[in-house]
Design a protein around this ligand. Sequence first.
Ligand SMILES: *Cc1c(COP(=O)(O)O)cnc(C)c1O
Length: 389
Amino acid sequence: MAADPVPFLDLKAQLRPLRADIDKAIASVLDDTSFILGPSVKSFEESFAAYCGMPHCVALHSGTAALHLALIALGIGAGDEVILPANSFVATAEAIMFAGATPVFVDVSEESFNLNVQLLEAAITNRCKAIIAVHLYGQPADMDEISAVARRRNLYVIEDACQAHGATYRGKRTGSLADVACFSFYPGKNLGAAGEGGAVVTADESLATRVAQLRNHGGLLKYEHDVLGHNFRLDSIQAAILNVKLPFLDEWNQKRNEHAQFYNSLLRGVTGVVAPVIPTDRTSSFHLYVLQVSRRDAVIEQFNLSGIGYGIHYPRPIHLLAPFRDMGQYTLPESELLSERIISLPMYPELTEQQQERVVQAILNAALPDFAVEESAANSIANRKSPTA
Ligand SMILES: *Cc1c(COP(=O)(O)O)cnc(C)c1O
């Protein structure tokens, strides 16, 4: 008999033990009927700010809304440029466009999948106002180096921490590493609502106040509209659910890290595979566990045969997507190469070792060639193997 499929993500497994508490939290909002910006929203904002080690959190409707309002609240708009890595979810670039500014794409580093700091200075023009540092897959970007460039060039730094709740960089949690940080609570994220959700976290009180105005039609009180705003509020029911889940975030991240290490150990020395390596000065939230493989089609074929779920994050770098394609002449070889090589393996706290062994067995069944065999010498960065240490 065939083994059970291994899903890419298993939200039911996470919900099961929390179900009674979540039902109770929803019921209390229903009893209270303060559905919008109710007490559960306020208590979530306080708890999540404290979790990040920051004084202010403003809860919003989505991570995209968080990025959008952070940019507007910083005064970024028409005529301004904002730097971002080409290898991210499209929302990072959308938010820049929604603010009326122009995205400037920078290539990523092949080790970290994050913004390559070496390329930053060359991308900064005198119209540039900010850098969005994406902590992709949960691994914090090189924040000290990015902040040093930003200070020198008088730019804001915004964390896109939508995949990196609870990840740490030199002893500090994401959310506390820049002028402002943006989080998503989309259901599949490390801290997920039962619907849409997001937040801005900052140490700057006036910035937090501006975001709070902007999320609520431009005012902090009903029928006061001091600036042109949006309706980007978080529902009380979503906040109530997030309040139940937040205390488990560290434990879930710990489990994701153990699974990542187990994948790494199973893949050590396997040809045609590069496993993720996290530098010792930071921890990843392992939102995703992303491998580089020499022949992705062969791996996908084996995954399909074995009923193993997978993802590709992302199939195309943002500068090659239709809405952004005509925004400049970009050659971003690392982002473009990675987009053809990457595959995200099943990753969630409740994943079992047996499931992970089945995932890796399917990769072994693909009998991957060395990277060099598959690529012309010009294209090949190195004949890379999995880390041996
Ligand atoms: C999920 C995500 C977003 C957008 O969050 P939503 O809540 O879906 O709007 C932005 N950036 C990154 C890197 C993300 O992963």
